[in-house]
Design a protein around this ligand. Sequence first.
Ligand SMILES: [Fe+2]
Length: 251
Amino acid sequence: MNRREFSKNILGAVTSYTLFNSIFATSSFASAVSPITRHWAIELNEYCADLKKASVSPGEWQSLTEQLFQRIQLDEILQFIDFEKLTQGFSFPDIGVKTKPVFFPRLSGLPDKTVFVKKIFGVQKGRAIIPHGHTNMASAHLVLKGNMHLRHYEKVSQEDNRLIIKPAIDKMVKPGDSSSISDERNNIHWFIASSASAFTLDIIMLDLMGKNYDIQNLDIYEKENLGDGTMRVPILDVETALKKYGKEMHH
Ligand SMILES: [Fe+2]
């Protein structure tokens, strides 16, 4: 290609880019069809890299990641992670949840090892991702299949072997719905499957601010209301917590 043709091509590319932007700039459709904008997986990895180096706060990361989830067609995500193959012959545990690592296809611009951990979580009806809080962690959750009862609490403070928490979210969720946790917002979560089975895609960031992450399993049924909207709940070891919360016994 000679110089003149080269300039013409560049000009053409710039023009169509501008045209494309003027047509699709306001459309949520843009990121799904655009050959120019980044793939959502690359965008997600960038948000996570930004969180890792603290150039966005955990709360901002939650908003960005959930907005991204809401912008992408659920089918596109299911295909990208090959949900069907991932869940073929999935062996659900009788109590609690089983997780499986997710692999993204190779994509130019996406590192082989993403900044985040990615997994699917699968539960059967009446089984739970037991109530727990997190320290030095952030995660985002997209319901891929089934229905779940989702509850969130704010972590207010810790005293010895108890947490002071405050209810934040209590709702039924369905495929396409998302949620997230961090030290900044909606720290504690609890999912119970209400359909035959349910799956979430989890994007997990561990050891934020260079500190080891931690998880506190909580005995919400033993809550002590403190009269100001907060409640004091005991922290449980994982075995006791799974026995009590991993499978709904009262129905
Ligand atoms: Fe969690």
